[in-house]
Design a binder for this molecule. Structure first.
Ligand code: 5GP
Ligand code: ZN
Length: 114
């Protein structure tokens, strides 16, 4: 999608700190980190949110989540623990409408989230 910021990041049309890429996903550092480790994992293909996915996309979704777990390992927070978050829609706090998995860690997380 031409006016989508995360599509542009995946296409390297705008700069970001990419830490992993493969045929289906790209992972990069969040520009406004909410924890010592804050990575975003996105699909290469434009999907506005998880609400648009269905059973046919289960392979892509599992790849995004497993890539999130792999990024936690790569960043050295797998043992201390971390949180994978998919904000969805207005009440979910989604601000960028290209599906992304937040990988947050390096400090204790609180529950319930704000
Ligand atoms: P959401 O609120 O939609 O779940 O998360 C969007 C995330 O994207 C936010 O954490 C925000 O800091 C991050 N973000 C927004 N624009 C950019 C950008 O241009 N580059 C990077 N690296 N992260 C961005
Ligand atoms: Zn997009």
């Amino acid at each position: 999608m031409s006016d989508c910021i995360f599509c542009k990041i995946a296409d390297k049309k705008i700069p970001s700190k990419i830490i992993h890429e493969d045929d289906k996903a790209v992972a990069f550092e969040d520009v406004n980190p909410q924890a010592p480790t804050h990575v975003l994992v996105i699909p290469r293909k434009h999907v506005a949110s998880i609400a648009e996915l269905n059973a046919a996309d289960s392979g892509l979704l599992s790849h995004l989540m497993l890539t999130g777990a792999a990024m936690a390992k790569q960043k050295g927070i797998a043992d201390s623990g971390y949180r994978l978050v998919v904000n969805t829609g207005k009440h979910g706090g989604q601000t960028v409408f290209h599906l992304h998995v937040h990988v947050l860690g390096g400090r204790p997380m609180h529950w319930p989230p704000g």
